[in-house]
Write a protein that binds this ligand. Structure first.
Ligand code: MSP
Length: 652
């Protein structure tokens, strides 16, 4: 009989310069599932990739003076490296610039057009000229462009549309009759109540205002816009519509699309509607996980936390980072990431609980029995309770993994680890070792410890790619049968005669205070080096360059001011105290320009004053505003007006 298949996907990632720890979340979670299913004997197809078209990419490439393809090639290489570092075991990596993907998307588009599911019309949208972007009414912020805050114009553009509205009733019915389709359940209600029941509008699926996209074959001035291109990746990667579509037939429908909560809507409305139109089966499940945020909200690169997965893996190892991601937050909910929380988890769960258990067990077998547990053993108190707790764990872990409840599964494994550590305290092997008649009991106690660890090491495999191997080496397990997934369900698999081999501490304890200081230095440096204009969106991803609106600028009251008097400030060699005329008003301002201007040279000059700056005291002297100057490391030059104009005149 052929193996059962399991197809899991992550979203395809936008090529962004620097992926942060939040980005790694979906992929690490998907990898844990893929590894788990492989261990269970499934024929797994695990797909990830990159979403490379669109106006943003085109613009970024233009800014850099390279082609969009050159731009994405470089970034995609970095993304692939990151997945390698995190030991992601994807079977395929799809790029939406792959010729095969592009060809298939064109076929899909044409098929939907030919059968009337795609039609040509006009897209009416709000256009921001400087950003060259269309927005829907609901995307506008206070009626203005959500990216730059400037005025937008109602404009029309010829576009192709997908008849999404036609599938509304079938989608509602599918969701209502397949409770597993959208998980967690809360997201199901959100889709039904917020989007489907109020009614769907047809979807704009082509653009003419930029050209970095897949051309529509029968109307070349159009490129396929966003979702038909991006979502199709899940089937083009399986060679859908190709001459040899055996992979598609083998793996489709997907068992689970793992996605962040902000894209659940596209995966549970647009994607199934597209599949319905194509006459293809729908995926079994779309699971929308929560976001990993930084305290205070956003996964920005600064604010005192290192969020670069490369730095984190380098410092703490891939297993610690993966463990934290999957353990800290229940999958589905939002959670907070902090370096402190990560280090605390490493110290308590990994160094104290698991690390200690390994080193205590191996050390005692080494010390009391020269590395190998004898076969004459005597059962005793606490054995049954330990076995009961350990033996309940594999099935609990399976049940939770099937529901993608990684955190709960790990919590159960760690309960077992704690129970095993407690068993050492209860049985006190060091006392048995001193007792002439205690050898057989001691042998049994140590066997039970090694056996419990064997089972634990099997169960942590989906989450940790490196630690299980280290444990097997230290326990001296080389027989593959003793580490098969199913063997975790039977007590007694630690091979007789195994010889332990003491090794390095698997998770060294971290001095939290010292480490936090070091991390602070890293973030301070990153902040200094970071481009200043980078803003992030709610999920912590880079937004376009930040602009301020004209209204923001209007908040600053800039005025021409005439210097009436100037004098040095006692004891402060950089400061001058100025008396300024501002129309009818007189202002006192303290300014750090003494190294560049003598007091006499200033009198009579017309300067520019920030007139509504909150007054502040400098060396005990009140400063009612700030005068503007251009400065770099070497020089400072005051901003003056080109021609005389009345003091108090507004600068705008
Ligand atoms: N390209 C689209 C997906 C198209 S799928 C047909 C996209 N890409 S993305 O790069 O913005 O996001 C990729 C994944 O990273 C998403 O699942 C997203 O939710 C996840 N995350 C990005 N930032 C995140 C956090 N801060 N926390 C958790 N997941 C986050 O969306």
């Amino acid at each position: 009989m052929s193996k059962k298949t399991f197809y899991i996907t992550t979203p395809i990632y936008y090529p962004s310069d620097k992926l942060h720890i939040g980005h790694s979340y979906t992929t690490v979670a998907a990898d844990a599932v893929a590894r788990y299913k492989r261990l269970k004997g499934y024929d797994v197809m695990f797909l990830t990739g990159t979403d490379e078209h669109g106006q943003k990419i085109q613009r970024k490439a233009e800014e850099k003076g390279i082609t969009p393809k050159q731009y994405v090639d470089e970034i995609v290489a970095g993304i692939k490296d990151l997945w390698k570092l995190l030991r992601i075991t994807n079977d395929r990596f799809i790029r939406t610039t792959d010729p095969n993907h592009e060809k298939t998307v064109q076929k899909i588009f044409k098929k939907l057009y030919d059968q009337g599911d795609i039609y040509k019309s006009e897209y009416e949208g709000w256009y921001c000229t400087p950003c060259e972007s269309f927005w829907t009414k609901t995307q506008l912020v206070d009626g203005k462009c959500p990216d730059c805050g400037r005025e937008v114009e109602l404009t029309k553009e010829e576009s192709y549309f997908f008849r999404l509205s036609k599938y509304q009733d079938r989608l509602i019915e599918h969701i209502e009759t397949h409770p597993e389709f959208i998980q967690p359940v809360t997201r199901q209600n959100e889709m039904l109540n917020n989007f489907l029941r109020p009614g769907l509008e047809d979807l704009c699926v082509s653009r003419t205002s930029f050209n970095w996209g897949i051309p529509v074959t029968f109307d070349e001035k159009h490129v396929v816009y966003v979702w038909i291109d991006a979502l199709s990746n899940y089937i083009t990667a399986l060679n859908y519509l190709a001459e040899d579509d055996s992979d598609y037939r083998r793996y489709w429908p997907a068992d689970v699309h793992l996605v962040g909560k902000e894209i659940v809507r596209f995966h549970t409305i647009i994607w199934p509607a597209m599949l319905m139109a194509l006459g293809e089966p729908l995926p079994e499940q779309v699971f929308g996980h929560g976001w990993l945020l930084l305290e205070g909200g956003k996964m920005s690169k600064s604010k005192g936390n290192v969020v670069d997965p490369v730095v984190l893996v380098d410092k703490y190892g891939v297993d610690a980072v993966r463990y934290f991601l999957l353990r800290e937050v229940p999958f589905g909910s939002d959670g907070v990431f902090s370096n402190e929380a990560l280090i605390n988890r490493i110290n308590s769960d990994l160094a104290n609980d698991l690390g200690n258990l390994v080193s205590r067990t191996v050390t005692m077998i080494d010390k009391y029995f020269e590395g190998s547990i004898p076969q004459n053993r005597q059962p005793g108190d606490f054995d049954e309770d330990l076995k009961k707790v350990v033996m309940e764990t594999p099935s609990k872990v399976e049940e939770l993994m099937d529901k993608l409840q990684f955190s709960a599964a790990l919590a159960d494994i760690w309960k077992t680890i704690s129970r095993t550590n407690k068993y050492i305290d209860e049985t006190m092997p060091w006392k048995l070792a001193k007792d002439e008649n205690g050898k057989e009991r001691l042998a049994e106690v140590l066997y039970n410890l090694a056996e419990s660890l064997r089972i634990i090491s099997i169960l942590i495999q989906p989450f940790m790619p490196e630690t299980p191997e280290k444990i097997w080496q230290q326990l001296g397990i080389s027989d593959k049968k003793a580490i098969e997934w199913e063997s975790a369900k039977k007590w007694g698999g630690y091979p007789e005669g195994s010889r332990v081999c003491k090794g390095d501490v698997i998770f060294p304890r971290i001095d939290i205070q010292k480490e936090m200081e070091e991390l602070e230095k890293i973030t301070a440096k990153a902040e200094k080096d970071a481009p200043k204009n980078n803003k992030v969106d709610e999920a912590g991803n880079d937004k376009k360059d930040e602009y301020i609106t004209i209204e923001d600028f209007a908040k600053i009251d800039l005025r021409v001011a005439k210097v009436l008097e100037a004098e040095k400030v006692e004891g402060a060699d950089k400061l001058l105290k100025l008396k300024l005329e501002l129309g009818d008003e007189i202002r006192q301002v303290v300014s750090g320009i003494a190294k560049n201007y003598t007091p006499e040279s200033l009198v009579g000059k017309y300067v520019v004053l920030v007139a509504n700056l909150k007054p502040a005291k400098l060396r005990g002297i009140e400063s009612q505003g700030m005068i503007l100057a251009a400065s770099d490391d070497k020089d400072l030059v005051l901003v003056t007006v080109e021609k005389e104009i009345g003091s108090g005149t507004k600068v705008r």
